[in-house]
Design a protein around this ligand. Structure first.
Ligand SMILES: [Zn+2]
Length: 164
């Protein structure tokens, strides 16, 4: 998110660079477009071929995205991953990455999915203390918390083993 140029006495809308790309007002290297989604190369790639998939309609956070659009973004991300593997760029693996919120490293508040080609020795790093191993009791406790919230928001989940 960045401010529009200049200041006047009138209240200005904050400009969104991804909305500007959708509108054709900012340059982008676009590789995919349909009615709902746009795919383009990020200007700050983790690796060569690092692509972004965005909804054309502005949605700052994951919670702002309608589920139908979310399904479509997933489909296009999945297809883009396959296209990257076919494309000839260095790619032994793929990461899909979505940052929802500042604490999750979201920097542009127009939701986007990163499709990142990976290869042995590439510069992409994820730093996590994988030595933390909670007890089963702790895992059950947090599963119960999430289950309660899920049921409150979306209705009950199925019992384990119940047929879909
Ligand atoms: Zn936007």
């Amino acid at each position: 998110m960045r401010m529009g140029p200049g200041r006047t006495g009138m209240q200005r809308m904050q400009a969104c660079v991804f909305c500007e790309i959708v509108a054709g007002e900012s340059p982008a290297s676009i590789f995919y477009e349909d009615e709902i989604a746009l795919g383009f190369m990020t200007i700050g790639p983790a690796t060569a071929g690092h692509a972004m998939i965005i909804p054309k309609k502005h949605a700052p956070y994951l919670a702002d995205l309608d589920e139908e659009t979310g399904r479509h973004l997933w489909t296009i991300s999945q297809r883009t991953a396959a296209a990257i593997r076919e494309s000839g760029v260095s790619c032994e693996g793929i990461n899909l990455f979505l940052a929802d919120g500042e604490a999750a490293f979201q920097e542009i508040f127009h939701l986007h999915i990163h499709v990142i080609p990976r290869y042995t020795g590439d510069p992409f790093k994820v730093v996590v203390d994988w030595d933390v191993r909670p007890s089963r009791e702790e895992l059950d406790q947090v599963a119960q918390q999430i289950s309660s919230a899920y049921n409150h928001m979306w209705g009950g989940s199925r019992e384990r083993g119940e047929r879909l």
